[in-house]
Design a protein around this ligand. Sequence first.
Ligand code: NAP
Length: 170
Amino acid sequence: MLRAIVAVDRQWGIGFQGDLLFSIPEDQKGVFRAHTIGNTVVLGRKTLDTFPGRKVLPGRTNLVMTRDEQFIVPGAEIIHSLDSFLAYLKVHSEDDIYVIGGEQIYSLLLPFCEEAIVTYVDAQRDADAFFTNLDAAESWRIDDIGPWISSVTGLAFRVLKYQNLRIKGR
Ligand SMILES: NC(=O)c1ccc[n+]([C@@H]2O[C@H](COP(=O)([O-])OP(=O)(O)OC[C@H]3O[C@@H](n4cnc5c(N)ncnc54)[C@H](OP(=O)(O)O)[C@@H]3O)[C@@H](O)[C@H]2O)c1
């Protein structure tokens, strides 16, 4: 199944000047890592650039999207187009594949995601990168609302699950 996994603020902001808006250890370990470990992640080249040492995420199959035909990164499979990704998806239809950003790649692949796992952070930040507001999206419906969790950072968040009716309804 293809899912998006994302952390948003109250405005569905996800990033500012190339960085994340938040660093919440309980989300990174308890949500992001718990979902993605042992599975496949797909990310944009710019998001890879934000990882320490530009290294791929360990313990996961990493698919990096770039139009640069020369681009290589140790431990990652490179995907050059939406069509190539959809071909990969067809062959790996039994796998759990997570779209992990950033803005361009979420926007490109969201229509093909069956579910979205959204860490909703009760805060507002300056943002220049956004995720689609799924509460306002006709084809998405909220399916599960997790309890509020207080982070050691002082921020409160909860995990929301949305379903893509265009796919679930088929
Ligand atoms: N809150 C969250 O959960 C979260 C998660 C991840 C990222 N973020 C944030 O999101 C922001 C980055 O987002 P972004 O939109 O700038 O970058 P991005 O989506 O990570 O990467 C964009 C790059 O992906 C490649 N690409 C885009 N469309 C493609 C296509 N159709 N085929 C092949 N390659 C394609 C291009 O790489 P080339 O230029 O190399 O061709 C493009 O420059 C940062 O602020 C980051 O911190 C937030």
